[in-house]
Design a protein around this ligand. Structure first.
Ligand code: ADP
Length: 513
């Protein structure tokens, strides 16, 4: 890469590898629909399409007071949720840290800790009945508190209130838990302590997002998470959920919420256009070949894909293309470059005016940086802001970073994030087609559902904070299902989705008792 022209060629080539053409996106959607079908028909497929036994969505008129316990990441939360029946709720919550020792020790010790935390919460937050409210923890026997558990790990659910833990993820590896019923593990812990708490419902965080958005928005068809990981749950006709055909719950007719586990799309790696930077990430991950789609989309991985590209440019021979060949501890550390740094870089470039590039950042034209003093004042100011962020987040000193470095880093961030947002839209489009809200060649030729609005509840830092993530996701929808359908899609944050969703599930369980 000695000559400037060659350096430009390197950037152009990386740019090309990250583009998703219309044809590729359509092909991937077809493949996604196929994997949906296979997962709905049988067990042990990468796209798990897990039946949740949630057979309806709320409309906002639901009432009651419930406890919710949310386990799925660094923190565990206990909350009390009061549903007012007018699409509003109040929520009081307490976070409890889950130490590494608890995550990796005996499961009974972990579940005892969860029970102790619920006990501590009930002591510090007395139930509404004892401070003048009504409907204490939605009976049926007023002295038993009903609790919904949001458990965001892979579970094969067998009823609304039971499910087998398939595997741990996200740094958990508690012993003697795999293969056991998570609700029973928790209930046994409550019972050991003689607590009057009954775990009546088990819910995944995607289902929580769906239900809570349905409650606050008066209906919802899809709950989707774009945070540490990505996943979605949607409302499916039971007649399509063929693997439940012989289950009493499946032969009743009506609908059921399905947890897709779409992060596993393309685990076979035949379709997604992986780059060498994705392949390196996968090879060095704790779950090579698994969660292929998630690895191109979610917060846990985007920073790492970006870091891989930046390092390739630093290491380019015979002449480094970035940072004059220097690196920092952050850059040299596996997963050291957090996805939130990418947001920071893009925000710095945009400044207060938030001027997005419609097609993502263009490839930097290196010839323009041969004389940086000739850059226009606006570009200079913006790149200086990016440089300041790189100094802060990566641990460089200012003198190590040229404006050319700044423009390259910003372009790389945009490249990786734009591909993620387009692929996220692809998952949403697949659900719209699968549920008859959009047509797709070869799969459907007419709409079977034609509402004025299509409500989608989302949660996760990526969609909440990454600049223009939602706009790009919508661009993807326009490509795949057309502007008319895209305009009907209302994307709303499912705030407190885990807590409210668990409460709504507990309510459904109480009705079925
Ligand atoms: P979780 O999915 O674990 O419930 P979050 O939704 O907060 O939690 O997602 C955390 C992930 O989001 C992390 O991988 C982190 O890198 C990423 N993240 C945090 N803040 C931002 C941000 N401002 N922009 C983009 N990504 C972010």
């Amino acid at each position: 890469f000695a000559k400037p022209a060659d350096a430009q060629h390197v950037l152009d080539s990386i740019h090309d590898q990250f583009q998703l053409g219309r044809e590729t996106m359509l092909d991937l959607t077809g493949q996604f629909l196929e994997e949906f079908k296979v997962g709905l028909s049988g067990y042990n497929h990468p796209m798990a399409m897990i039946p949740t036994f949630v057979t309806g969505v709320p409309d906002g008129t639901e009432t009651g007071t419930f406890l919710a316990l949310d386990l799925g990441g660094t923190n565990m939360r206990v909350c009390e949720v009061v549903l007012h029946g007018d699409k509003t709720f109040t929520l009081r919550q307490q976070k409890y840290k889950v130490s590494d020792a608890l995550k990796t020790g005996e499961a009974t010790v972990l579940f005892d800790y969860l029970a102790d935390s619920v006990d501590a919460f009930l002591t510090s937050h007395p139930p509404p009945s004892s401070h003048g409210g009504q409907d204490p923890f939605s009976e049926p026997t007023a002295d038993v508190v009903h609790l919904g558990l949001t458990f965001s790990f892979p579970v094969e659910q067998t009823a609304l209130d039971s499910g087998t833990i398939l595997t741990w993820t996200k740094g958990f590896s508690a012993k003697h838990a795999i293969g056991k019923d998570v609700v029973k593990l928790l209930q046994d812990a409550f019972d050991r302590k003689h607590m009057h708490v009954k775990c009546v419902a088990l819910v995944n965080d995607t289902v929580g997002a769906l239900l809570s958005r349905a409650y606050t928005g008066g209906g919802c068809v899809l709950g989707a998470i774009f945070g540490t990981g990505t996943n979605g749950a949607y409302v499916e006709d039971l007649s399509n959920l063929r693997k439940l055909a012989n289950d009493p719950a499946g032969s009743r007719g009506g609908v059921m919420v399905v947890n897709t586990e779409w992060g596993a799309f393309n685990n076979t790696r035949s379709h997604l256009p992986s780059t060498p930077f994705d392949n390196a990430l996968d090879r060095q991950s704790i779950n090579p070949t698994f969660q292929a789609f998630e690895k191109m989309i979610s917060g846990m991985y985007l920073g790492e894909v970006t870091r891989n590209i930046l390092l390739a440019l630093v290491d380019a021979a015979p002449k480094s293309l970035l940072f004059g060949g220097k690196t920092t501890v952050v850059l040299n550390t596996h997963y050291g470059f957090d996805t939130s740094f990418m947001s920071g870089v893009e925000e710095a470039w945009e400044g207060a005016e938030a001027r997005p590039d419609p097609q993502g950042a263009p490839v930097p034209q290196l010839s323009a940086f041969e004389n940086p003093e000739k850059l226009d004042a606006d570009t200079k100011v913006r790149l200086e802001r990016v440089r300041a962020v790189l100094v802060k987040d990566l641990g460089f000193v200012e003198a190590d970073i040229s404006l050319r470095d700044a423009v390259i880093v910003r372009w790389v961030c945009s490249l990786v994030a734009r591909r993620a947002a387009l692929l996220s839209g692809l998952a949403v489009a697949t659900v719209l087609i699968q549920t008859g809200r959009a047509v797709f060649k070869g799969f459907s030729d007419k709409l079977t559902k034609n509402e004025d609005k299509i409500s989608v509840g989302v949660d996760g830092s990526l969609i909440e904070f990454y600049p223009h993530f939602e706009e790009t996701l919508r661009e993807s929808l326009r490509i795949l299902v057309g502007e008319e359908v895209e305009k009907k899609v209302e994307i709303g944050l499912a705030k407190d989705g885990s807590g409210v969703g668990a409460a709504l599930c507990a309510l459904q369980a109480a009705k079925q008792l």
